[in-house]
Design a protein around this ligand. Sequence first.
Ligand code: E4P
Length: 218
Amino acid sequence: MRFFIDTANLEEIRAAAEMGLVDGVTTNPSLLAKEGRNPIEIFREICQIVDGPVSAEVGSTEYDGMMAEAHKLAEIHPNIVIKIPMTLDGLRAVRTLSEEGIKTNQTLCFSPSQAILSAKAGATYVSPFVGRLDDISSGGMDLIGQIITIYDNYDFETQVLVASIRHPMHLVEAALMGADVATIPYKVITQLIKHPLTDIGLQRFVDDWNTVKDLVQF
Ligand code: E4P
């Protein structure tokens, strides 16, 4: 399973990359707006830090605008993946970009039928948003299971990129289902390691070691 980090914050990306936990990065317009800087500069800097796919989203909602932006974004670095929303124009753009050999990530996927269309269009990744489905009392992780089954049934090559992850169990369930990629906010990455028994056990080992450590010379 590959881990992408879901942020446009360079400090978070650097910190997670130092832990060896970043195979790629996803951004979106809301994450970029939080940084308040030129998005193109941010993409360039991310590509210097991470050697892996970096999703950069188009802002246009019409096919021609999407294609023009996609071509500009793709020029930034070979690792840039063009993120395109789940609309009819978006599907058309995904198909054209796929024919041009440009990698795509179809975003805002909330149903299995949408995921089928992304695969048919040749998307490199599809991003089902599990947290936002949970927010409206719909099973986000059920959608992941359905998409994986459908893609397996037909050997579709589009990779399932689990997005809108809100807590560690989203990641664990995605791993149990065999999702290709999870894009994880920095906060959740740091939560993955937490366990109270680890903290209690470590404290006990440290205390016990302190009773004998003076007998040892390293
Ligand atoms: C995915 O690519 C999106 O950037 C992101 O996962 C959305 O997460 P949110 O629902 O927490 O905003």
